[in-house]
Ligand binder design. Sequence first.
Ligand code: SAH
Length: 403
Amino acid sequence: MAKMAKIILRKNKTDAVKRFHPWIFSGAIKAIADEVEEGDWVEVYSETGEYLATGFYNSSNIAVKVLSFQPVPDLQALLLHKLQAAYDLRQRLGFLRHPEQLTNCYRLVNAEGDGLPGLIIDWYDGVAVMQCYAIALYQQREWLTDCLRKLYGDQLIAVYDKSAAVLPKSVPSENQYLWGQAEPRQVLEYGQRFFVDWETGQKTGFFLDQRENRALLGRYVQDQRVLNTFCYSGGFSVFAVQAGASLVHSVDSSSRAIEWTHQNIALNSPTPNLPSTNQHEAFTEDVFDFLKRSQPQDYDVIVLDPPAFAKSLSARHSAMMAYKRLNRMAFEKVRSNGLIFTFSCSQVVGPDNFKGAVTAGAIEAGRSVQVLATMTQPADHPVSLYHPEGLYLKGLILRVLDA
Ligand code: SAH
């Protein structure tokens, strides 16, 4: 492959990369030996000329994202190797058993967690939906598609590239099929059916990261009145209905999301008029407004799964205030002895910060609260031990009592 530009780190700034952290901040760079542009592949060296890593360059605070801590003679071979390793893990997790699986949608590539910073690939029963967050990977999209074809053979129906939504605006790109073509599909998650439209849906179409937590909710909600806020396509609602909740209310500000929620509830109902669908009602409304107008004691279980309130460190404080307010409202409204399933998917809000915001909300509401369990992202969203920032999904199951 073409010669890579060399980046030289400052003397006292090599520790992180030596500890396999995949991000190199611009402040750690002493010199760039050659001309380098956004998206170029680069090799990183110490001042004394010791090779440290290979990755791609971004003209931002995180200047290099590392794919390898060993010299890379062939970049495409490395990408194939990494995708193969990612595939092997999903196989090991039981996602690739054919033909009858209870779950046929999963994350195949989880960025840094799979040693592939900047790349997400989600699998929807034959359709791979790819999001390249970096030009360097976007430029490899055809090769990544070839790799998927090698891995999946005739199980692959289509590869849809949805990078335009996440690439820097300066990169000309459009969402499109790179291979094959597919209509929105029904997929299975623990036997429940979900309609997924990756083209018009949020992110890659479905929030696969909540799989285990949705199933967990099912264990707590029999005969309970459940409020599922920020419901998107109704993931938690479907599991609550299926588990025998006496009533399920779903709330989202997006009318499209509410349509999908109705559709998914119907898909899992044995017949449209059985009680299982009468149990469910959905509201297109801002969650804060909805909570404000709901009555204390209305619900036995409340799910709070808001979008990332903070996308950058500078927004962390205001995000924490938003988590506090949201959780406070739920603490005020849930009935005594009720449960709250509360989540944060903001990467910059760590587990302790999140817990702190929830605690502050509970104090303001004056409720006594027990932590029954902590939740996180599932194994198809792995986290590198060296990159704790990769653990973005945090959740708590709380039992709420009168103080
Ligand atoms: N729990 C969902 C995923 C939630 S994604 C699942 O299991 O699939 C976050 C959702 O919050 C999105 O659907 C978005 O439309 C919705 N949303 C964002 N801000 C909102 C607000 N203020 N009020 C209501 N919904 C909101």
